[in-house]
Design a protein around this ligand. Structure first.
Ligand SMILES: NC(=O)c1ccc[n+]([C@@H]2O[C@H](COP(=O)([O-])OP(=O)(O)OC[C@H]3O[C@@H](n4cnc5c(N)ncnc54)[C@H](OP(=O)(O)O)[C@@H]3O)[C@@H](O)[C@H]2O)c1
Length: 328
């Protein structure tokens, strides 16, 4: 029995992505077989499919860091038919991932979908949305409440940014969306709940290490000069979460925001998170993310559409989240 999947191979000419027939005995030797219904194209998947270095650890590889589907047979705490998601654990990087109709995963990687979240919605949320929720929870753990002042979300029209804005707005925060696409995506960001939409050029060029305080908190998937400028504009005791490098992995700043304003910089790594953190984040997504907004954030492609989306996401041209429907 064969099934369809995207396979990345490498030769002297580079990395090649092909949709091909695979068999179960090609899958890794993990304990749970999953009938995959959905995945998504995350920034990392864009890098993998486009052959950028730093993501895929070995070839051939089925990319797709998000896996959503049903458990195929009873195993270790799961029953056949259970709807599950896997986010992280180097899936799609070191282990075959979600861009195929079947996948084998370790049972300890699985998270049961909370009631009220469908497989398509779980994929729409995916790693980016789950990381956005981890970022929101991290701000809350540091005492950020709506009365503290505005929260800036950078990379606003991307996956992490879109979900972060929708959740923060629903929780009553004043959200400032920083985007390079204010003209094209301003209405979209306001529909998600942004109170203000600003041009990312305000933050993306190298600036002063210490500036007028503006933000009570920040969620930053962008890094580089943007993160440095955000740190410089934090209010006293402000909190910044850093999860991404869409602008760059560099960070040139000074200690001034930390020692003169008590600013806290919290790193977010979703990949190797304890199960309790995953369950908390997914439960919160079930209650604090408006599912009608999730529909607005999401577009859907089949496997054949993945290469174009991969190119677009590296070019900063994807709005929100792109679900890969394995049934298309
Ligand atoms: N730490 C973790 O565990 C974790 C988990 C998930 C994702 N991430 C990382 O988080 C980042 C965002 O992921 P994503 O899925 O949200 O990606 P995405 O959908 O591509 O969104 C990134 C957004 O960043 C902005 N951007 C792109 N290039 C930029 C540049 N040169 N300068 C300034 N802004 C730029 C764009 O937003 P605008 O068009 O609105 O400006 C873009 O939509 C990636 O680096 C990803 O690898 C990390």
């Amino acid at each position: 029995m064969t099934f369809r999947g995207m396979l990345l191979t490498q030769d002297d000419d580079g990395v090649h992505a092909a949709i091909t027939d695979l068999t179960e005995d090609q899958l890794p030797d993990h304990d749970v077989l999953i009938n995959v219904s959905h995945s998504t194209v995350n920034y990392k998947d864009g890098m993998a499919v486009m052959g950028r270095p730093g993501v895929v650890r070995g070839y051939p590889m089925v990319p797709g860091v998000d896996v959503v589907g049903s458990v195929a047979e009873d195993v270790a705490g799961f029953s056949a038919g259970d709807l599950v998601t896997v986010n992280g654990f180097d899936v799609g990087e070191a282990h075959w991932g979600g861009f195929a109709e079947k996948a084998r995963m370790k049972s300890e990687w699985l998270t049961l979908l909370p009631t009220g979240i469908s497989p398509a919605q779980a994929a729409a949320i995916g790693t980016a949305g789950y990381t956005a929720m981890l970022s929101v929870i991290a701000l809350e753990q540091q005492g950020i409440t709506p009365d503290r002042g505005p929260i800036v979300v950078t990379g606003a029209a991307g996956g992490v940014g879109s979900v972060a804005i929708a959740v923060l707005a629903k929780l009553g925060h004043h959200v400032i969306a920083s985007t390079g696409r204010a003209d094209a995506e301003g209405d979209y960001l306001r529909r998600l709940g942004a109170s203000e939409v600003v041009d990312r050029a305000e933050l993306s060029e190298p600036g002063k290490p210490f500036a007028k305080p503006v933000y009570a908190a920040a969620i930053d998937p962008v890094g580089s000069s943007t993160l440095a400028n955000v740190l410089a504009r934090m209010q006293p005791d402000g909190v910044v979460t850093a999860c991404g490098l869409a602008q760059g992995s560099d960070l040139s700043t000074t200690v001034l925001p930390f020692i003169l304003r008590g600013v806290r910089l919290i790193g977010i790594n979703c990949v190797h998170r304890p199960q309790a953190d995953r369950d908390e984040a997914w439960a919160r997504l079930a209650t604090d993310l408006d599912s009608s907004l999730l529909d607005q954030i999401t577009s859907t492609v089949g496997l054949a559409g993945v290469p174009q989306v991969a190119a677009d996401i590296l070019d900063g041209q994807v709005r929100g989240r792109v679900v890969v429907d394995l049934n298309l």
